[in-house]
Design a protein around this ligand. Structure first.
Ligand code: BES
Ligand code: MN
Ligand code: ZN
Length: 503
């Protein structure tokens, strides 16, 4: 799919389909009104006929419109203009794309980015359109052997009204494409089944990314090297599988940022989570190839920042392992010693994410990070707390949490902060025989917070945030990955880069 700009007057644009918003109240209908004047009232007529009244989720495809060069006009209902926000805008774009994606329309020109949305200007709307278009036409068809139908849409033009600046809109397209490509890469990796997507497969993907961008380099630690580093918490999980674990370190380095301390991003990459000896029940195991969504997100982020050439120094670490059941599985009640030297009593073999993460979190100190952010499908408890709307945010540094919340709102990929600072929560992880447990032995309460508190024990030396994406990374009803947190983290990194260049 190609995305471009056009400043030809709307009625003169030669395209298969012109996409035009209509609102329930007159306000905001200026694009439609301008076209209508040229088209001898053709749009007013269908509205007066009651064919469309501008309500959300309505569409109407017109053809052979007098004095209009476009073959079709797609009118898209948007509801009242003053009620549009980031969420409704996504719905509107989604509705428009659904209406045409299975038709013969190849070339479209959109004017949907002309809406008046608080804090989300036309450039944001262009970026969002590109992401929605990519999302609604995404298919994972690598394992389907018979030919399948794909959308014919190939060229998308954004209509450039007088109020938009060409360079700004160009940047919006560039960013939109980078975000969308990052999300698609995240989805591709997440969709890959666990018999193929092993820790070694993820390692290969990292080298593949590094071979396409000279700004990215890769180093990995195999199990023998992790043993030397005393990463026994990590190994206690990876040892259960015939697929050996990997700690994958991808380094993105822009020339202008060589003296910046790195931003370290860490992703949970459990390629399959059976639960270990405390085996998960059948229904909840089915989606557990998606337990590497944190890792998949960071692959997407890495690709996008390299595409955008952000002036940053970013290290992505992937904790890749499989949590299997077998004779090498760790037992509940075992005690292990972490890379940081703390001992852990295993209460649950299903609380494996925090075990691979804690060694990665303490290991990353060697990079002297400016900040560390980890992303993980860590707990079912965060699903109970926030559902699929917000990802759970935890941090030991208030300004960092604030920046992430801000980036979440700006990218419409929201996070909600939950507390970890209270000492009382740490009681959930008290052990009788070790420094701490990996899960509470007595209570199921505050599960997402308990997990975050566990991680917090290993992140005392730097500014850190943890994002629990168990509720947002995939859709529970159909096990489809969402790409959530790719937009959030990219927006955070763009803001960070802007901040650095200002200073
Ligand atoms: N990967 C799961 C969490 C998960 C569940 C993510 C469902 C997405 C959808 C994680 O490893 C896990 O099993 N967590 C346990 C921890 C508990 C045993 C302390 C949980 O939350 O139930
Ligand atoms: Mn688990
Ligand atoms: Zn897990």
């Amino acid at each position: 799919m190609k995305f471009q700009l056009t400043s030809t007057p709307l009625y003169e644009i030669k395209t298969d389909c012109l996409i035009v918003p209509v609102f329930t109240k007159q306000r905001g209908n200026w694009v439609a009104t301008a076209l209508d004047e040229k088209a001898q009232g053709a749009i007013t007529k269908v509205i007066e006929n009651g064919d469309i009244n501008g309500e959300l989720r309505q569409t109407l495809l017109l053809q052979a419109i007098p004095n209009i060069a476009a073959k079709h006009i797609l009118l898209v209902g948007c509801g009242p203009a003053h009620k549009i926000n980031a969420e409704t805008f996504k719905q509107i774009v989604g509705t428009a794309i659904q209406a045409i994606k299975n038709t013969d329309i190849k070339h479209i020109t959109s004017s949907l980015h002309t809406m008046d949305i608080k804090e989300h200007d036309a450039n944001w709307q262009i970026r969002q359109f590109i992401m929605s278009m990519t999302h609604h036409t995404y298919q994972f068809n690598q394992f389907i052997t018979k030919p399948i139908k794909t959308s014919k849409i190939s060229d998308i033009h954004f209509w450039l009204s007088d109020t938009l600046s060409m360079p700004q809109a160009r940047l919006a397209i560039k960013e939109g494409c980078a975000f969308a490509n990052g999300i698609s890469l995240c989805k591709d990796l997440a969709n890959m089944p666990a018999n193929i997507c092993t820790p070694e497969f993820l390692e290969k993907q990292a080298f593949k990314l590094a071979s396409s961008f000279s700004s990215i380099s890769v180093e990995t630690l195999d199990e023998a090297e992790m043993k030397k580093q005393n990463m026994n918490a990590f190994l206690s999980i990876s040892q259960s599988s015939k697929h050996p674990g990997r700690m994958i370190v991808m380094h993105y380095q822009h020339d202008d940022a060589s003296n910046q301390p790195p931003i370290v991003l860490i992703g949970k990459g459990i390629t399959f989570d059976t639960g270990g000896l405390q085996l998960k029940p059948a229904a909840s195991m089915l989606s557990m190839k998606l337990d590497m969504c944190g890792a998949a997100t960071l692959f997407g982020v890495m690709k996008a920042i390299a595409e955008l050439k952000l002036p940053l120094n970013v290290i992505v670490m992937i904790a890749a392992a499989e949590n299997m059941i077998g004779r090498n599985s760790i037992r509940p009640s075992d005690v292990i010693k972490t890379h940081a030297g703390k001992t852990i009593e295993i209460i649950s073999t299903d609380a494996e994410g925090r075990l691979v993460m804690c060694d990665t979190l303490s290991f990353c100190e060697i990079f002297n990070p400016a900040v560390v952010i980890d992303v993980a499908t860590l707990t079912t408890a965060v699903i109970s707390a926030l559902g699929s709307v917000y990802s759970g945010l935890f941090s030991n540094h208030a300004p960092l949490a604030k920046s992430l919340i801000k980036a979440g709102i700006a990218s419409a990929d929201k996070v909600w902060e939950l507390p970890i600072e209270d000492e009382a929560y740490r009681d959930l992880l008290k052990s009788n025989i070790a420094d701490l447990t990996n899960a509470s032995s007595t209570s199921k309460e505050a599960g997402a917070i308990a997990a975050a508190c566990f991680l917090a024990t290993f992140t005392k030396k730097y500014q850190w945030a943890h994002i629990d994406i168990a509720g947002t990374a995939h859709v529970r009803s159909n096990h489809q990955p969402t790409g959530r947190c790719v937009p959030l983290l990219l927006q955070y990194l763009i803001n960070y880069a802007n901040q650095m260049t200002k200073e």
